[in-house]
Design a protein around this ligand. Structure first.
Ligand code: NDP
Length: 484
């Protein structure tokens, strides 16, 4: 043991910080961890986990009519938000308890307090100063609202899980992961959803063909998706605004005018109605406006720049390939570094940090070919390059097929899926795999292994199909749809 209070002080109890703390402590290091919110961080408490449970909840709605097509005598049910929300809260309490137990069990000392850096080896936490040989910043990020008047009337993704009631009419602003996932979830739960995205197509940065199909399927499930559209003005709705609807969206207009004046709460936002004017000239009134307009790293008032740590334009901590900052004793991992903002990546970065710093084995994090999923309906699983990226890089062949899957086609549903491989013409390697389908998140995990191993199209072809499945198409596409 050195002259320091701890070998490692971790700031932030999310997936990355907790994993690094536990693994370092298990290796014999004296470790402390500070968290000023609930243990588990964004993923467990306000992100992936509650979101996925909401995806499951929303998926039952279609199930009723499908079941009837398969001979079941069932009626459509009614979704009771308070029942689900209370069950969800119990589950999150349980998971938080598991995280605490894991830390306790590994001998990590927990500070339930905000911590900030005082110098290269000192952390201020709960009014005390604690020293550590190494400090790991894993404080994550937070959702941001656009810089416009009355934006505080809208909610952000953190607020969804504790809503008193589900909105009847919801406007979602944004076209990224969070916007599209919640548009599908809320539509599935019976909410009337309008979505504004300022760009030409949702899910910027993903494969164009996949984006197109997801947008089509979102509209098919009743989401009122407006592209090239943004809010220009918003405020608490008053009787004038609800009465003077000027939009062309007749459903929305009916919804607004159908309310009695007694329903109006002038404050708007959390409980009141919100009036919105958009760039397409329409006005609308919504129970809630959800801003899914991106996330920012949690680096404010942490004493970072004061001690020489470089912070980037978006507020992210600048690190090298070993997650080390400009101050050699301070490392940073996860969303606070704004590299690849995904939980499993933060966990990898945490493990690589421990390997580098405590096991004497410098380990850079491999950020290449990371499979991921967007939990829209249908889901989108992706690994590797998009067709557009690959085309810029080299000559390619594109193998793809889009079809109505057996299970829902039998029930007369319009849902379509997409299976797509982007293949290098020169060395036949599969450069990218894109799947839009129910369960695509599960499928892409496995396809990701093959792509990461450098599998060629011929390796895929040599694999016998599992029949009848949707994913068998991934090994049975014989002719390229196009070359580029
Ligand atoms: P994204 O950055 O993915 O999307 C933000 C969206 O908001 C974009 O469509 C952006 O438009 C739009 N936007 C930004 N500013 C404004 C503005 N002022 N007015 C109108 N629109 C605006 O952020 P998310 O919040 O959706 O997700 C954050 C991160 O969380 C993701 O990058 C991902 O790493 C992670 N995540 C992962 C999930 C998963 O793995 N399934 C699920 C949820 C989140 P434009 O495209 O024009 O910039």
């Amino acid at each position: 043991m050195s002259d320091f209070d701890y070998d490692l002080f971790v700031i932030g109890g999310g997936s990355g910080g907790v994993r690094a703390a536990r693994v370092a402590a298990a290796g014999g290091a004296k470790v402390a961890l500070a968290e000023d919110n609930r243990m588990g961080g964004t993923c467990v408490i306000r992100g992936c986990v509650p979101k996925k449970l909401m995806v499951f909840a929303s998926s039952y709605r279609e199930g009723f009519s499908e079941a009837r097509a398969y001979g079941w005598d069932v009626q459509d049910g009614e979704f009771k938000w308070p029942v689900f929300r209370d069950h969800l809260n119990k589950e999150l309490d349980r998971l938080e308890g598991v995280y605490r137990k894991l830390l306790d069990g590994s001998g990590v000392e927990i500070f339930d307090a905000r911590a900030k850096l005082a110098d290269a080896h000192t952390v201020e936490v709960g009014g005390e100063k604690k020293t550590a040989k190494h400090i790991l910043v894993a404080t994550g990020g937070h959702p941001v609202r656009p810089d416009m008047a009355n934006a505080h009337l809208g909610i952000v993704s953190d607020d969804i899980f504790s809503l008193d009631k589900l909105p009847e009419k919801l406007l979602i602003v944004g076209g990224g992961y969070i916007a599209c996932e919640f548009a599908c979830i809320m539509a599935g739960l019976g909410v009337e959803v309008t979505q504004y995205y300022r760009g030409a197509q949702i899910l910027r940065g993903f494969d164009d063909e996949a984006r197109g199909l997801i947008a089509e399927m979102m509209r098919e499930q009743g989401i009122n998706l407006h592209l090239g559209t943004n809010i220009v003005e918003m405020g608490a709705a008053d009787a004038d605004h609800t009465a003077s609807w000027t939009g062309t969206d007749s459903d929305a207009a009916m919804g607004a005018s159908a309310r009695s004046a007694g329903d109006l709460v002038p404050e708007g936002g959390k409980g009141g109605l919100i009036w919105v004017k958009s760039t397409n000239g329409q006005e609308g009134v919504y129970d809630q406006v959800l801003f899914a307009t991106g996330r920012s790293p949690n680096t404010r008032d942490m004493g970072l720049e004061e001690i020489g740590i470089e912070v980037g334009r978006r507020g992210e901590i600048m690190v090298d390939e070993y997650s080390q900052t400009a101050v050699p004793s301070v490392y940073a991992i996860g969303d606070v570094t704004n590299r690849v903002n995904l939980t499993p990546v933060a966990i990898r970065e945490g493990m690589a940090f421990v390997e580098t710093v405590f096991n004497g084995n410098p380990t850079p994090v491999d950020h290449d070919l990371i499979p991921s999923a967007v939990f829209t309906t249908p889901e989108y699983g992706t690994v590797g390059l998009t067709e557009e990226e690959a085309r810029e890089q080299e000559e390619i062949e594109v193998y793809c097929t889009s079809f109505r899957p057996m299970q829902t086609a039998f029930a007369g549903k319009p849902w379509r899926v997409l299976m797509k491989l982007v293949v290098s013409k020169a060395n036949r390697k599969v450069l990218g795999c894109h799947i839009v389908a129910p369960g695509a998140g599960e499928m892409i995990q496995l396809a990701g292994i093959a792509v990461k191993m450098g599998a060629t199209k011929e390796d895929f072809d040599r694999t016998v199909a599992v029949h009848p499945t949707m994913s068998e198409e991934i090994v049975t596409m014989r002719e390229p749809m196009r070359t580029a």
